[in-house]
Design a protein around this ligand. Structure first.
Ligand SMILES: [Ca+2]
Length: 95
């Protein structure tokens, strides 16, 4: 597998790993998203020790308002975060 194929496969695997905890492996509940963020993106929430941080992320991700985060909503979040990282590295490389 190519690097990109491997990366795509890993995003799917991470989603599946956390989404299946409650029996419904199609979506992330709020609790599942919380575990995923804490374990997979510890730096993302490090600054926001307030409990509202997860609620805000969850609300933003749950675009259709069904109180579940599906794979499409999750992957858009990963893409947006990746764009931020890319921007950050680009800015620092230009200095
Ligand atoms: Ca689930």
């Amino acid at each position: 597998m190519s690097q990109l194929e491997t990366a795509m496969g890993m995003i799917i695997a991470v989603f599946d790993n956390y989404a299946r905890a409650d029996g419904n492996r199609q979506t992330l509940s709020r609790a599942e998203l919380k575990t995923l963020l804490e374990k997979e993106l510890p730096n993302f929430l490090a600054s926001g020790k307030d409990k509202d941080a997860i609620d805000r992320v969850f609300k933003n991700l749950d675009e259709n308002g069904d109180s579940q985060v599906d794979f499409k909503e999750f992957v858009l979040f990963v893409a947006a975060l990746t764009c931020c990282c890319h921007k950050y590295f680009e800015q620092n490389a230009a200095k």
